[in-house]
Design a protein around this ligand. Structure first.
Ligand SMILES: [Zn+2]
Length: 284
């Protein structure tokens, strides 16, 4: 997997492109790098957002310029939502009626930040196919050679994966010892040059299904102070959220805030993940 890591950029700089092409196929994929900072440090910048490279064309995204992008994704009621889902329970259960993705979005959006995600993704959902029976394979590096490394970080990262699994999303994880056999790689770095504590780069296919992902976690803040175990777990939670297809929220009580201030998944984090996985991948 080729990467174009996020580069240092002044705030409000023009977005940068990230592209990914497989060497073995002609398929064009898109890669997204997303970084986050953790804890309540006075942070000097905002994570650089790298926009999508959609198959065959580039969509440049920059904050504030796509505020209206959600509008096309809001459901247009083309047929009534079944009463059993929108109103009081009824006896004599009716024949199940399949909901359209927009109806599912309308029913499930409350209490989530799905709107914020769709706004920066041109109203597209990106996620993994159901991976319950065939869990995603995850390899977590051991960074024993890096300063301030603590073996306990490994368990904290594993616990962060478990926290997302417990939300009920149809994705399970299986940790493997062979990095070459893993779809998800978690690596460590001493620190980022940018004000990040973690970064995720993922790839999707032309149908918006995720195909692989790499997470990098820092052992030190940008200012050189080490992250403690709780902070490592928090930033791992955040990056695994990206891995699952979530994006940032302005809600600072959620772990998917760009600057992570909480230590656990919020109700909104959990509801948003479940809703993403109730929707099909691709444009709504
Ligand atoms: Zn992030």
């Amino acid at each position: 997997m080729q990467q174009h890591p996020a580069r240092t950029s002044p705030q409000h700089a023009a977005p940068r492109r990230a592209t990914f092409r497989t060497a073995s196929t002609h398929a064009t994929r898109a890669a997204l790098a997303v970084g986050a900072t953790v804890v309540a440090l006075p942070l000097a910048g905002h994570p650089v957002r790298i926009p999508f490279t959609a198959p065959g064309h580039v969509v440049a995204v920059s904050a504030g310029t796509v505020a209206g992008a959600l509008a096309p994704a809001l459901p247009r009621r083309t047929r009534p939502i079944p009463e059993r889902l929108s109103g009081p329970a009824v006896t004599n259960a009716p024949t199940p009626v399949a909901l359209t993705p927009r109806e599912r979005l309308a029913l499930g959006a409350s209490g989530t930040y799905i709107g914020e995600i769709l706004r920066v993704r041109d109203s597209a959902v990106v996620r993994w196919p159901e991976r319950v029976d065939r869990p995603l394979t995850v390899w977590v590096a051991n960074a024993a050679g890096l300063a301030d490394w603590r073996p306990a970080y490994l368990a904290r990262v594993a616990d962060a994966f478990g926290a997302w699994t417990r939300t009920g999303v149809p994705v399970r994880f299986r940790f493997v010892q062979d990095s070459s056999a893993a779809e998800v790689h978690v690596a460590w770095t001493d620190r980022f040059r940018e004000p990040y504590s973690g970064r995720t780069v993922w790839s999707r296919d032309e149908h918006w299904w995720l195909t692989d992902a790499n997470i990098t976690l820092a052992l030190h803040h940008n200012d050189g102070s080490p992250l403690d175990e709780d902070q490592v777990r928090a930033i791992a939670l955040h990056e695994i959220g990206h891995l699952l297809g979530l994006d940032h929220t302005t809600d600072s009580t959620s772990v998917m805030a760009a600057r992570v201030r909480v230590r656990e998944l919020s109700a909104a984090d959990q509801s948003t993940a479940r809703l993403v996985y109730a929707l099909p991948a691709g444009h709504l």
